[in-house]
Design a protein around this ligand. Structure first.
Ligand SMILES: C[S@@+](CC[C@H](N)C(=O)[O-])C[C@H]1O[C@@H](n2cnc3c(N)ncnc32)[C@H](O)[C@@H]1O
Length: 501
């Protein structure tokens, strides 16, 4: 196991309000300035004494610091630095996660020399090592093995009083605790509870006019029959408007004023439906998440996605503010351009559900028959056991500036497509395919004739203009390098292909 973390340092820059950040010093100052472009030139052309750092977790950009920057080796005084990091922002947590993963790889001198800038974006390939988490108190230094810390409840902070929980320094890893693929135990870096927000059961209309009840003659009414009543003449169950209800089939929730099933109607507006028990948890690398606490079957309604309803202009304003504040979590759900639900300040537990490439839930749009209001519900798409984290596919659209948030998907599924970006996801990004192509085996030499053959590979790019997909072909035994081919999958000239599981 490599324990050296050569090259990773803690940096305390004046510009960062005096807190420590993990970074790596860059040896080729000129190359860094060139990468940063004009802005850096203007700042630093007169400052030959400036040291150049690349901050972890900063999205790949360099930051050049003046000599006032304090800098210590990664291993030194870690405990002390963590104390200074309270409260830990999501951005810094990500930076530390990246630095840990980077430090674990050992000697970085070659990469630093070559001015490699890969470490801020996707994590480096995992390496096998021992994972241990320490609990350190300011007064007495005790250590406990602790792997999955989760917030017990939103009301109870993970961290209490003087205790700070953090992953121990690379050099302190001890053998025989737990063998696993290295994933930095970020959950324990999170102290406290999710940022404050107001829990609301129904969306509030901020920049869109609130819905008004329509005249009953206009509301969509189903043709269901009143369900059977018990002896007293009162419906005992909400068993009206079942799967055959035309409103339900069209995803309209019935209008209680006109529904033939009356009180027995089960096709109510989302906010009136029963929901299973859930709990907020701290995930390893995607911030907070929502876990199911009781099993549900496929099709079960989980929770309504509520928030403040905004128009396009207000969304743009809020995004601008988010960018100024370095906000990394986005809670926007777009119904249409001028009708966006923002759950950042007000919302339901649905705001904690993360995106997944192999999700167990989906979003469904339902229209309230009495007001025509569109509401969004999260529904299970498979039977989900208790204790499972809930996920749905965000199909994340770039709201405004694409650089405002990270689009790297960290759902952790073996077939993760690596991105939250809807455009890439819809373009079959990272899907496995078997496709017919003209290729020559490499071992046959450069003059070998190409022949039609089926190859397996992964979609890595999409050329929208030409509607072609780039497939990275799996390297066969006689090929040292991977080959990429462009293929058309739809329309004229489409290659024969099949999607692989
Ligand atoms: C609606 S919030 C979900 C709750 C959020 N994790 C939190 O801590 O509040 C959406 C944000 O969660 C993060 N997120 C959700 N799913 C993710 C995923 N699969 N990979 C990486 N980040 C994810 C992103 O920062 C995204 O902007």
């Amino acid at each position: 196991m490599k324990t050296s973390s050569h090259g990773v340092v803690w940096v305390k820059a004046k510009s960062d309000r005096g807190s420590w950040w993990p970074a790596s010093e860059v040896s080729d100052r000129n190359a860094a300035i060139e990468r940063l472009g004009e802005l850096a030139l203007r700042h630093f052309e007169k400052r030959n004494d400036a040291r150049v750092f690349q901050y972890f977790g900063s999205g790949g950009s360099y930051e050049l610091e003046k000599t006032s920057t304090a800098c210590v080796a990664w291993e030194e005084g870690l405990e002390h630095k963590y104390h200074q990091m309270k409260p830990l922002s999501a951005k810094r947590a990500k930076a530390i996660e990246n630095a840990f993963a980077f430090a674990e790889r050992g000697d970085l001198s070659a990469e630093i020399e070559a001015n490699v800038v890969w470490w801020s974006e996707p994590l480096p390939p995992p390496i096998e090592c021992v994972e241990e988490v320490a609990v350190v108190s300011r007064r007495k230094r005790s250590r406990e093995a602790e792997v999955n810390v989760e917030a017990d409840d939103v009301e109870t902070p993970v961290n209490d009083g003087d205790e700070f929980k953090f992953p121990i320094a690379a050099s302190e890893f001890r053998a025989g605790v737990k063998r696993t693929e290295y994933t930095p135990p970020l959950s324990v870096l999170s102290m406290g509870k999710p940022a404050a927000y107001e829990r609301i059961n129904r969306s509030t209309f901020v920049s869109v006019p609130p819905p008004v009840k329509m005249h009953i003659s206009e509301s969509a009414t189903c043709e269901c029959k009143q369900p059977l009543r018990d002896g007293g003449g009162t419906p005992t169950l909400r068993n009206g408007c079942g799967p055959e209800c035309i409103n339900r089939k069209l995803r309209f929730s019935c209008d209680s004023r006109t529904c033939p099933c009356g009180d027995a109607c089960s096709n109510r507006p989302l906010s009136q439906l029963p929901t299973p028990k859930t709990k907020i948890i701290r995930t390893e690398n995607r911030g907070w998440g929502l876990m199911l606490q009781e099993p549900v079957t496929a099709g079960t309604f989980i929770v309504e996605y509520t928030g403040e309803i905004l128009n396009e202009a207000d969304v743009a304003n809020r995004l601008w503010l988010d960018k100024q504040e370095g906000e990394e979590n986005f809670y926007l759900m777009e119904i249409s351009t001028n009708y966006v639900i923002d759950a950042k300040f007000k919302g339901s537990l649905a705001r904690f559900i993360n995106s997944g490439c192999h999700p167990n839930c989906e979003t469904q749009r339902w229209v309230d028959a009495s007001t025509n209001e569109t509401r969004v519900g999260i529904f299970a798409i498979e039977d989900i056991p208790a204790g499972t984290e809930l996920t749905y596919d965000y199909h994340f659209a770039h709201f405004g500036d694409a650089s405002a948030t990270s689009f790297v998907c960290m759902c952790g599924h073996p077939k993760c497509r690596g991105t939250l970006d809807a455009a890439k996801r819809e373009a079959h990004f990272h899907r496995r395919i078997r496709v017919e192509a003209m290729l020559a085996p490499k071992s046959a030499g450069p003059k070998a004739r190409k022949k039609k053959q089926y190859v397996k590979g992964t979609i890595v790019d999409h050329d929208r203009a030409k509607n072609r997909y780039k497939v990275e072909v799996d390297a066969s035994a006689d090929e040292a390098e991977r080959v990429c081919i462009w293929v058309r999958l739809e329309g004229e000239g489409a290659a024969k292909h099949a999607w692989l599981k």
